[in-house]
Design a binder for this molecule. Sequence first.
Ligand SMILES: Nc1ncnc2c1ncn2[C@@H]1O[C@H](COP(=O)(O)OP(=O)(O)OP(=O)(O)O)[C@@H](O)[C@H]1O
Ligand code: SF4
Ligand SMILES: [Mg+2]
Length: 323
Amino acid sequence: MIATATRPLLEVKDLCVDYLTDRGAVRAVDHVSLEVRKGEFLGIVGESGCGKSTLLFAIARLLTPPAEIASGDIWFEGNDLVSMTESELRHFRWKQYSVVMQSAMNALNPVMSIGEQLRDAFDAHQHLTGRQVEKRSEELMRIVGIDPVHLRSYPHQLSGGMRQRAMIAMALAFTPELVIMDEPTSALDVVAQRSLMLKIKQLQREFGFATIFVTHDMSLVSHFSDRLAVMYAGQVVEVGETRQVFADPKHPYTVGLMRSFPSITGALQPLSGIPGSPPDLARPPAGCRFHPRCPHVMPRCKVEEPDFYAREADLVRCFLFDA
Ligand SMILES: Nc1ncnc2c1ncn2[C@@H]1O[C@H](COP(=O)(O)OP(=O)(O)OP(=O)(O)O)[C@@H](O)[C@H]1O
Ligand code: SF4
Ligand SMILES: [Mg+2]
């Protein structure tokens, strides 16, 4: 029983995802391993094109060609997600985990009202009477802070922030254990972003779901995530407690990322950023993928691929910690 109690909610092991292109396979997710515990908020950060969305889509089993899981495992409470059939997944998705994407405008059906879309979801997954669906839909709207009158609204009649909230209402319809979020606030202005983030955090506390939250925004993860995974060129390069990673970033890429954003609590620093740009994933550099940009590059970095090394509670994929 102890084993069950301590088992993570989600375990991703050595996951590889390829895009099968005319130029050959592009490995967008390369041997990624992650764990998410019950109720935990895991942030994932990294520059554009490093594989964050591909990783989330793979975990949610929503990849479409030319993308495919090349190898690895995804375990959700002991269930093997990789080998699940589409019909098995239909029961699993929404009830066990759900997904909120960057743009609700793309995810919502433009010709159906929010209420109709919720009703469709309920009809597909649960046997409720019309009145029960109505009551539950109203309750969900209130939970995310929208007046239930907007159940009659179409997506284009809502503000960006309200559309994202409506998406979150749908994602919570069946009280899943995990909500996977891909930059849910990034299309919003700063004020709407902050209010949506506070709402997500409040809902998370209230309902106890775990979250994998992808963002470009370091200040968001610093405030809201429990643990943080930093991705570079398809790989996780550092993972640890958010507080620890911010207080003492270890991987040279994490250090560079931190410098690319103004310090939230400390004195203002010049935004030095990271020179250069991430590699083309069709032809990643040999050895450590960060070596062409790394200020600490050593001869071995150009030929050998670093493994993960443990430092305090962090795991770091860098030879500087191989001792
Ligand atoms: N349709 C596609 N065909 C081929 N390669 C693709 C395709 N979509 C993505 N890729 C490859 O996968 C990589 C990762 O893309 P992904 O969208 O997962 O990155 P991301 O970290 O989510 O970026 P962003 O921060 O811009 O959303 C890209 O750099 C690209 O090399
Ligand atoms: S392994 Fe080498 S090149 Fe890669 S981040 Fe560490 S020091 Fe830099
Ligand atoms: Mg993305």
